[in-house]
Structure formats: C-alpha cells, structure tokens
Ligand binder design. Sequence first.
Ligand code: NAD
Length: 418
Amino acid sequence: MAAARQSAWESAQIQLAAAARHLGLEDGTHQLLATPRREMTVSIPLRRDDGHVEVLRGYRVQHNLSRGPAKGGIRYHPSTDIDEVRALAMWMTWKCALIGIPYGGAKGGVTIDPRLYSQNELERVTRRYASEILPIIGPERDIPAPDVGTDEQTMAWFMDTYSVNKGYTVTGVVTGKPISVGGSQGRGGATSRGVLFSAFAALREAGVDPRDVSVAVQGFGKVGGLAAQFLHDAGCKVVAVSDVKGGAYNSMGLNPAAMIRAMKQGLDSVAGYPGTDHISNEELIELDVDVLVPAALEGVVHESNADRVRARFIVEGANGPTTPDADEILEDRGVLVVPDILANSGGVAVSYFEWVQDLQAYWWTEDQVNDRLKAIMEGAYAEVSALARDEKVSLRTAAQMIGVGRVAEAHRTRGLYP
Ligand code: NAD
C-alpha cells in the first residue's frame, strides 16, 4: 500500500529539521522554531443572501515575530485548515528572512469555497473575519495580504474594516491593496515577476537559453497566469496551463495574455480553451517540458509521481508544491527545484515595499519597484546557489539554511524572556 502523502505541515517540519541538522542548531532553538508563536481560531457567522445563517471557521497563525511584525497572506479555500495555515506561516518566516526583509511569518485562512458565494457574502465574510482577528493584527504587528481565493478587493474590505474600527485610515494594515487605497505599483505582478527572475537565474546557471525552453504552469490564478504571460513575453514557449477544473495544452505554444483577457471577460476555466487539448492537472505535472511551474496548491509533486516528472527545472510559484519524499527522488534524478521560499518571494518583497510606502505616505514608480525587486531576487538566488554549491545541498536546503539561520540568530541575539 502506498504511504500517505506528506501534508504541508509535515513537509515544513521535515524541511526545518534538515536545515537545523545542517546548521547544527541546538535542540531548544529547533523546538522553538518548530512551534508557532501564536494561533487564533475564530468562528465567522455569515448571513447568506437568502437570509439563513451559516458558521465558517477562520484562522490566523503567527509563526515567528523575532525579526519584525508578522507577514503573510489570507487564503479562502475549502481544504484550508489549521495545519495548512501553520505550514504556510512557517514558510513565510523563512522566506522573509531569506530575502532580508524585516518581518516574521504568518498566514491566515477561512475554510470556504469562494466560488460558491456572492460578492456581497464574501464581503461580509471578510469583514467579520477581519473583526475577529483584529486584536492581533496591525501595521506594527501582523500585516495580511492576498493568497489563494482572495484578491485586492478582499484587501480593500479588510483595510476598511480595520480602519473603521480604529477610527482613522490605516493603509499599512494589509498589502496587495488596490492602488486607489494605498496599494503599490507593481504588486499585482510581483510574485510572477519573481518567478520569472528565479527561473531565468536557474536557466542562466545551467547554460540554457530561455528561448529554447518549453514551460507548463499549473494554476492560472494571480501567480500562475502572469507567470505564464511573463515567461511567454520573455521568449519561452508556454505549452500548458491549468486551473482547478483542468488544463489546456498546445505543443505549438499558448497565448497566456489572451487567456487572461478571456478569464477577465467571464471565461470560467482555461480547460477546453479554443485551439487546445484538454489535459488533467495530473497530466500537466508529467508533461514533457523543460520547466514546470506549479502555481496552485501544496503537495502536487509527491512520492508517487516524482519519478514521472519530465521537466529539468521546477520553479515553485506555489508554496509547498513538492513534498520532501518527492524532493529526494527529484534530486537523485538531477531535476533542479527552485524552492518556494526563493522562487515566489517576489510577492512579499513588493508587499514590504507597499508597507514602507504606506508608512511614509510616499509613492514609488513602477520602474523603481521592479528594479528593487529584481535586485532582491537576483541577490537571493545568487546567495542560495553559492551556499548550495559550498555545502553540496539542494537549493531548498540552502534556502532554508539561510532563512532558518537568520531567525535563529535573531533569537540568540534577543535572548530568552524571562
Ligand atoms: P489564486 O487563487 O489567484 O489562483 C489559484 C489557482 O489555482 C487558480 O487558477 C485555481 O483554479 C487553481 N487551483 C485551485 N485549486 C486547485 C487544484 N486542486 N488543482 C489545480 N489547480 C487548482 O491564488 P494565487 O495567489 O495565484 O496563489 C497560488 C499559489 O501561489 C499558492 O500556493 C500561494 O500560496 C502562492 N503564492 C501566492 C502569492 C501571491 O502574491 N498571491 C505569493 C507567494 C506565493
């Protein structure tokens, strides 16, 4: 019988243990870092449009606060639970430390399938969830952002709810907001642009010309859609994309920008897009492409399919798409995995820029944002790659060692209270 697939929380713990071992971390510090600092579970009573009331579950986990206020997105998804949120919060801690921004890690979520709720209902869910977790968030405490199933409108409702409760406008309480209420130029595409930068850094190191490369992208949302478009615009051949309903494949290449436009105009799914063959999400993972960009959910490359992955490069737009079991198989097979905390860190980098701009009430141009993002991403990639070479470890272990090491260092320097 096949072993159960490793969950996100198990994966996060295994990755931390590997980094702790390589860093020679003392047990007490390892334990401290393995345990979330603060967790809040709330109930969210929602009056549906037809008048009946249902009660949803919401979470906010602050994994670590040693290097600054907590930072991390809010997910609306039917399979979201406290363990998933814990894992995502832990990855945020390492990610922020890795790219050198002064934040701890957090994540939030509501167990809900947002596709089944009206905009008015989602606004009520967001305002109630924001009110429930209000005691632990704020620009100096914990700053949410969008994740799966949430977007800039969600952040605008969130910011408004927080501000009304405070009695004045607090733009810096969330990032990923619309520009009209303190959002940053360049935030919308930041995660995807970061995926592009890290994919190109990996290709450059391997001596591969991006114009000779075919790409498959799983997840055609905020991250995957624009990652596909940026990779296409930069000369790669994007042959497959997918969403929760399935995928679209054309060996001659797709036009992601046209597909994004069609989705904005009301197309429900990329599956069955005109001029493409329908493929499943499972088939997409195993396609004969050079670069695979998982940009949907955790655990999609696992022990049972890792030996069938044909891509030479996996660039993790999503958080936690590759389980530790799969990592081992891929490493043995020479597949280069650019890990999530590096590959998708462009989003939190520009979230940091947004927060800085909000706190200063001073706005940067899109070029300033994109240039600074590129510098951060390329610097982080070079640092991770050099450590991986020196220590003879994977890019994931190297990235984790840098992130975990910096947080451990902050703990040591601050000391243990009391
Ligand atoms: P999104 O909600 O905008 O898009 C998610 C996409 O995944 C959609 O196309 C959806 O249809 C698809 N999807 C959902 N369930 C699926 C399933 N079971 N199988 C296949 N596809 C499925 O979310 P997003 O913001 O693009 O986030 C995607 C990933 O990127 C997540 O892992 C998220 O944590 C990570 N991430 C997001 C950001 C950001 O700035 N939004 C930053 C860093 C990392």
